[in-house]
Design a protein around this ligand. Structure first.
Ligand SMILES: O=C(O)c1ccc(O)c(O)c1
Ligand SMILES: [Mg+2]
Length: 614
């Protein structure tokens, strides 16, 4: 599959964009006219830069409002087109995107549109240029890709073909199966975009909310299946108009973009293996298939001064199982649940979640897959005869450690000298989930990262009101729920550095008896996150709880929820640095995360963090 990307997807100057696309591994780019018009570089310089970067210039776009016009206007439009053909010759680009007229068309007649496109094709042929006619979803008379195709057929000119753009097709819910009926050689170009389900006018949706494949709700795998079966083998190009990507660092966005295409190629290839690929010629690279993660192996908190984190873990029933032979690292356990306190290179650092260890069926394959998906490898300092761990960085910088699943204790735990005589038993049974705050500009990237590299899938996102603004929260989980990672967009008030780091994150432990964990913790002096009295009155109004039970909840600052048959009890510790802990009990078969209680937590954290205005 030849990969391409429109320069409009990225921030920066045209030169910045070209460098970022090349670095991310794209074969080519579409030059968006506006990027060229504002550039101080001449067309020849842009052509030379692209060539030196190994990028082909695949398309010049857009040419607007051409067809369906009066004879006078046609003449002007042809003159305008000819100027662009000359420019394209200087750039060395042979394909121009012509989008269906949205503004100046006055004649709703396919024969007229076709004959005007034919004239344009005859002119283009003199410059060796091909025209790819694209139906914009909000075109005046042509908004459907099959309609655009009928006009191309009527135009019947070798230099006039069509451009398919998944956004315009899927946003209008046209059936992409019709692509298979088109002769592949008349599909001159293909653009891909995904988008979240939104209820708004299609133009605003298209111009502001497109996302890379896999980050939205469109079925691009089926779309690609039809495309491959049509026999198309030209560039597959990303055209993403997105307000956030246009502000984010272009190198990262380009990598995110490439990751989306690599993942889409894999999914398409799997889909075609099931359904058959007809006359498909497109080569689709696959990736090492890896099973889903089986569970959390551990979570790691980095802390310059470990005292506060040690205290919290002790209060929650953990014991120190030992210090690492060679590093300032401690292993704390309870009943097989592992927490690492890492004091290496953490002098002066506020405590915060730095890594998550995931048990995977094949660590080497999982690491290879992640690297092929352009995850950033991380080398952790290790000495001879220590376990070498496979580590990649998630988009927010959290290190993801891919641990070979084993029966019993992992090999690396032998590197910790024995502290406590016995691993402590206790009611805590697992890490239930880890909650990570994401920089706002990398949220979609994070979702794609966890989906593509780890095989976690998304749950519907929720928005939680807090005193700092709405917090968007998205759970990614393995199919059996053994791994759940909740991603939150950090409200900017808490995020001075703009990288999510200012916002507290947490590890949630599942237990079998929340009230006993809370009582032990209280006896050991745990500072609970305080819960307001109003909350308990509301709880009583909603659920009519047994008065004794309600007063226990109130006494211990416990939160409560119910869904279907299941019940949920949980509490939060106070925050140290940037980390706090949650302990929860899922009484069968509660599947959620206590979403109605999230605003209570956020408001209480706001009041106790010193951020509140007095
Ligand atoms: O929003 C637009 O105008 C626009 C322009 C060119 C395209 O290829 C497209 O899909 C949309
Ligand atoms: Mg398009």
């Amino acid at each position: 599959m030849r990969t391409s990307i429109a320069t409009v997807c990225l921030s920066g100057t045209l030169e910045d964009k070209l460098r970022a696309c090349a670095a991310a591994g794209f074969d080519g780019v579409e030059i968006f006219e506006q990027d060229l018009v504002v550039s101080p570089s001449s067309p020849e310089e842009i052509r030379a830069l692209a060539s030196s970067l190994g990028l082909t210039l695949d398309l010049y776009q857009p040419f607007r409002d051409f067809e369906g016009v009066s004879e006078d206007l046609l003449e002007q439009n042809l003159r305008r087109a000819e100027a662009k053909f000359r420019l394209m010759q200087r750039l060395g680009i042979d394909t121009m995107l012509v989008c269906s007229n949205v503004a100046t068309a006055t004649i709703d007649d396919d024969a007229v549109a076709a004959s005007q496109l034919r004239s344009m094709g005859t002119l283009a042929a003199r410059y060796g240029i091909r025209l790819a006619y694209e139906a914009l979803a909000w075109g005046r008379y042509v908004s459907d890709f099959e309609h655009a195709w009928r006009i191309v057929e009527l135009a019947d000119h070798p230099n006039v073909g069509t451009c398919l753009d998944s956004f315009h097709i899927l946003s209008r819910r046209w059936d992409p199966a019709a692509i298979e009926k088109m002769p592949a050689e008349k599909i001159f170009f293909v653009q891909l975009a995904d988008a979240p389900e939104l209820s708004m006018d299609v133009l605003s949706w298209s111009r502001h909310y497109r996302v890379f494949p896999g980050e939205g709700a469109f079925d691009l795998v089926t779309f690609m299946g039809h495309l491959v079966r049509s026999g198309y083998n030209g560039p597959v190009s990303l055209e993403i108009f997105n307000d956030v990507f246009r502000q984010a660092a272009e190198e990262r966005t380009a990598v995110d973009a490439m990751r989306s295409l690599i993942r889409l190629a894999e999914r398409t290839s799997l889909h075609l293996a099931e359904e058959g690929n007809g006359k498909g010629r497109m080569e689709l690279a696959t990736l090492p298939g890896v099973g889903e993660p089986l569970g959390f192996s551990f979570a790691e908190v980095k802390a310059g001064d470990p005292v506060q984190v040690r205290n919290l873990l002790h209060q929650l029933g953990f014991t120190c199982q030992g210090s690492h032979r060679t590093k300032a690292v401690e292993l704390w356990t309870q009943n097989g649940v592992r927490m690492i306190i890492n004091g290496q290179q953490a002098t002066g650092l506020e405590p915060g979640i730095s890594a998550i260890g995931l048990d995977v069926p094949d660590a080497a394959a999982a690491a290879s897959r992640a690297l092929q998906l352009k995850a950033t490898p991380v080398s952790r300092r290790s000495q001879a005869n220590e376990e070498v761990l496979q580590v990649v960085a998630a988009p927010d910088g959290t290190e993801i450690i891919l641990c070979q699943a084993t029966e019993g204790e992992p090999a690396w735990s032998a590197e910790f000298g024995t502290g406590s005589p016995l691993p402590a038993p206790g009611p805590v049974t697992a890490i239930d989930h880890v909650n990570l705050s994401q920089p706002w500009q990398h949220f979609d990237e994070a979702v794609l990262f966890y989906d593509s590299t780890l095989g976690l899938s998304t749950r519907p996102s929720v928005e939680v009101p807090s005193p700092m603004g709405l917090v968007r929260s998205q759970v990614m989980r393995s199919s059996d729920g053994a791994v759940r990672i909740a991603l939150n967009i950090a409200p900017p008030v808490f995020d001075d550095a703009g990288d999510g780091s200012g916002y507290p994150q947490h590890v949630a432990f599942a237990c079998t008896d929340l009230i006993s964990v809370a009582r032990t913790a209280a006896a050991r002096g745990l500072e609970f996150l305080p819960v307001p009295g109003n909350y308990y009155e509301d709880l009583d109004a909603r659920f009519g709880l047994d008065p004794e039970f309600l007063s226990t909840l109130r006494e211990l600052n416990l939160l409560y929820d119910r869904d279907g048959d299941g019940e949920f009890l949980h509490f939060y510790t106070s925050t140290v640095g940037n980390v706090f802990f949650e302990v929860l009990e899922r009484r069968p078969f509660y599947e959620g995360y206590g979403a109605p209680n999230a605003p209570v937590r956020l408001a209480s954290q706001f009041l106790t963090s010193g951020t509140a205005r007095s």
